[in-house]
Design a protein around this ligand. Structure first.
Ligand code: TLP
Length: 340
């Protein structure tokens, strides 16, 4: 099978497996796992923040951040297609007791004026705004890079209103590699960042939150409350260190694969798709002559796995697990399906 469902399907490299076998470990709830500590230091450094906290997943990283920044009964501004809004099973409402304020972005990008207008004035009838969440790259917008200028403008207005900004940077390294802008420049427009090791970076488990030391200390308590305190986590953190050391630059290969796919799908009748929308490793197409589910089923019959992303979208995601011949085969299969 050619697996284009997600970059989460990437399996650890030989070097990661060796590092896992050899990892020095301790009890991380006591802060005594040297490998986790090294990973946290490195992640803090890469994002230009004071401290970091290793967590089991991107979802936990986002939710621990929301829990740490906010209190129940407040409102959190986010893009209407953000992962935090769309794919985290309403965790922010269920766990943090916040009210999400989804704003429609333009291909994942929130106009700063829209964000500023959504900040609540001080009025007893209204929920106080407590946080602004951004996502870069933006998954449901097709891996779009949110421009640094846009993040800066939102950060500036957030500061004027004394509000924190959290970045769901699950794929911030994709944005960085594709744009040539250091991760720390994006992170400088935020109060906290979550990024994932187990997507295109290929590690088997884990994400990380970075931010100021006092924020991370409080986040550690929330991680524990959620049952995310891990013990000899150096075994998995070691693979994340290898990911940071060896897998960042190669994300460019995934972007090149997505470009190959995008060029192959460009201009096909029966598909609503603009290849100019592809910035990184995600290609989202809208089939016009059949449902996304049927399109997906037809792909599967031809040995290709993709993801239905709602009532009109199918997502094809490139990763280290796919080769250029797989992409040629995918383009040929799509042409065949559209002719049905
Ligand atoms: N996204 C997954 C699915 O949940 C959709 C995927 O296959 O892309 N933020 C963003 C932007 C994400 O894309 C994801 C995962 C997460 C957070 C959550 O990460 P995990 O799966 O580690 O909880």
């Amino acid at each position: 099978m050619i697996d284009l469902r997600s970059d989460t399907i990437t399996r650890p490299t030989e070097e990661m497996r060796r590092a896992m076998y050899e990892a020095e470990v301790g009890d991380d709830v006591y802060g005594e796992d040297p490998t986790v500590n090294r990973l946290q230091e490195k992640a803090a450094e890469v994002t230009g923040k004071e401290a970091a906290l290793y967590v089991p997943s991107g979802t936990m990283g986002n939710q621990v951040s929301i829990l740490t920044h906010t209190s129940p009964g407040t409102e959190v501004i986010m893009e209407a297609n953000a992962h935090i809004y769309y794919y985290e099973a309403a965790a922010a409402s269920a766990l943090a007791g916040i009210q999400p304020r989804p704003l429609a972005g333009q291909k994942g990008v929130l106009p700063p004026e829209l964000v500023e207008d959504a900040i609540r004035p001080d009025d007893v009838h209204l929920p106080p705004t407590s946080l602004i969440c951004l996502e870069n790259t933006h998954n449901r917008a097709g891996g779009r890079i949110v421009p640094l200028e846009n993040m800066k403008a939102i950060h500036d207005l957030a500061r004027r209103h004394n509000l924190p900004v959290h970045l769901d940077g699950a794929r911030i390294f994709n944005a960085s590699v594709a744009s040539g802008i250091p991760v720390s420049d994006y992170a400088a427009c935020t109060s906290s960042v979550q990024f994932c090791f187990s997507k295109g970076l290929g590690a088997p488990v884990g994400s990380i939150i970075t931010g100021p030391s006092d924020f991370i200390n409080e986040a550690k308590r929330w991680r524990k409350r959620l049952g995310g305190g891990m013990r000899q986590a150096g075994v998995i953190a070691s693979a994340c260190l290898v990911a940071l050391e060896t897998m960042v630059e190669r994300l460019a290969d995934d972007h090149a694969s997505a470009r190959l796919l995008a060029d192959g799908l460009a201009g096909l009748k029966g598909l609503n798709f603009d290849p100019a929308d592809v910035d990184t490793n995600i290609v989202i197409v809208k089939p016009l002559t059949m449902t996304p589910q049927r399109f997906n089923d037809e792909l599967k019959k031809r040995g290709i796995l993709a993801s239905v992303m709602g009532p009109d979208m199918v997502r094809l995601t490139t990763s280290r697990e796919v080769e250029s011949k797989d992409l040629e085969k995918t383009v040929a299969a799509v042409k065949e399906i559209l002719a049905l």
